[in-house]
Ligand binder design. Structure first.
Ligand code: XIL
Length: 364
């Protein structure tokens, strides 16, 4: 007697005398639902047995939390250091996982030699073109999708000041999004098979920022600029209106996928308040599970939403602690001992229920 799935089968199986009900993993359910379930990964943690085994068991996609950013890949102007990125790719290949690349163009987390280098626009243009080309060619056939541009817009939907845009920029700051268009074109030339994403923070619902992302992607698509998807980061706190958030997320996913692009939820974490002893409240974790559930459901209900990824998977390692100066945390599906939380069970149940019938728009 073999129990395929705790949710679908165990109640029946127990009455038949099944003793061992082995739970399905997120990745098994995600494969059935035809969606990618991913997590950001820190290569330095892969040597930890619990970390590596949980990762391999539960996820069918990984992304470098930091290992493919400029400050890791470019120790100096002359060299590229692909060691950490290669380690992730090797892990993914040996466990049948896809790899998302993050990120080629961002105004933050750049090395000092670059930001303090007083380069001219021509030099910056050359450096960025070279970076995109070398990195994408290096990972060609290994990284299936790239966040080409990360967080280029501010909360009002204006293009953010950055070294690539206007400080001093790569030479095309007159029309705000022209530099974004340029780097998508370079990325497509470097690896014509990779899916190319624009990834943005705090623009998941309906807002001036998400309106601006939508307008930009619409414009780029209309002019046949090679952009294949939008990444919705989703670093969110537990304490907002779940219904409103889910309704807005659904509407935003619907309008983006109607443009013919994929939507990936790329950096989901749902942080809860942490007390001075480092503990969270049970009721917050319960509510957190409801938040995860509603977001996963919103993605699964639209065929164009093709990946759900959390920013890490264990509360042992999450950027939220340092980002919130210790006031928030416990934002992920596994606790600090790798035990699955209510949030995990909510995600598993939604994946297990599969794709919904409410497909709002055709897939890309
Ligand atoms: C964060 C990482 O988690 C940290 O380890 C690092 O110190 C800073 O960057 N949006 C992004 C991610 O696109 O790259 C950021 O990752 C979190 C916010």
């Amino acid at each position: 007697m073999y129990c395929l799935n705790p949710i679908r089968w165990c109640a029946v199986a127990v009455s038949w005398g099944c003793l061992v009900c082995s739970a399905q993993s997120l990745r098994q359910e995600a494969d059935h639902a035809e969606v990618l379930i991913g997590t950001a990964v820190r290569p330095s943690q892969l040597s930890e047995v619990n970390y590596a085994s949980t990762l391999a068991r539960e996820y069918n996609m990984i992304e470098a939390e930091d290992a493919m950013k400029w400050w890791v890949l470019r120790p100096d102007r002359a060299s590229f250091d692909f060691r950490q990125g290669d380690e992730l790719v090797r892990f993914a290949e040996s466990h049948g996982m896809k790899v998302r690349g993050h990120c080629l163009v961002w105004g933050r987390y750049n090395p000092e030699w670059l930001t303090q280098g007083h380069f001219t626009t021509d030099q910056l243009s050359h450096l960025l073109h070279e970076h995109i080309t070398n990195v994408m060619k290096h990972f060609s056939g290994q990284v299936f999708a790239w966040d080409v541009v990360n967080e280029a817009l501010d909360e009002n939907g204006n293009v953010r000041d950055s070294i690539w845009y206007n400080q001093p920029g790569i030479g095309i700051s007159a029309k705000g999004t022209a530099y974004i268009e340029q780097v998508f074109r370079w990325a497509h030339e470097a690896d014509p098979h990779a899916l190319l994403f624009y990834n943005e923070a705090e623009g998941e619902g309906m807002s001036r920022k998400s309106d601006a992302v939508y307008a930009m992607v619409k414009d780029l698509r209309q002019r046949h600029v090679p952009i294949d998807g939008v990444g919705l980061q989703m670093h969110i706190p537990v304490d907002l209106d779940i219904e409103k958030r889910a309704t807005e997320l659904r509407a935003n996913i619907a309008r983006l996928t109607a443009l013919g692009v994929h939507v990936h939820i790329t950096e989901l974490d749902v942080s809860v308040p942490i007390d001075t002893k480092g503990n969270s409240q049970a009721q917050d974790l319960k509510r957190q599970a409801d938040v995860f559930r509603s977001i996963v459901r919103a993605c699964l209900d639209n065929r164009g939403c093709t990946a759900i990824q959390t920013w890490g998977f264990t509360d042992k390692y999450s950027w939220i602690g340092s980002h919130s100066h210790g006031t928030r945390g416990d934002a992920l599906p596994f606790d600090r001992t790798y035990a699955p939380k209510a949030a995990y069970r909510a995600i598993l149940q939604e994946l297990s229920a599969g794709r919904g019938s409410r497909e709002l728009h055709t897939s890309p």
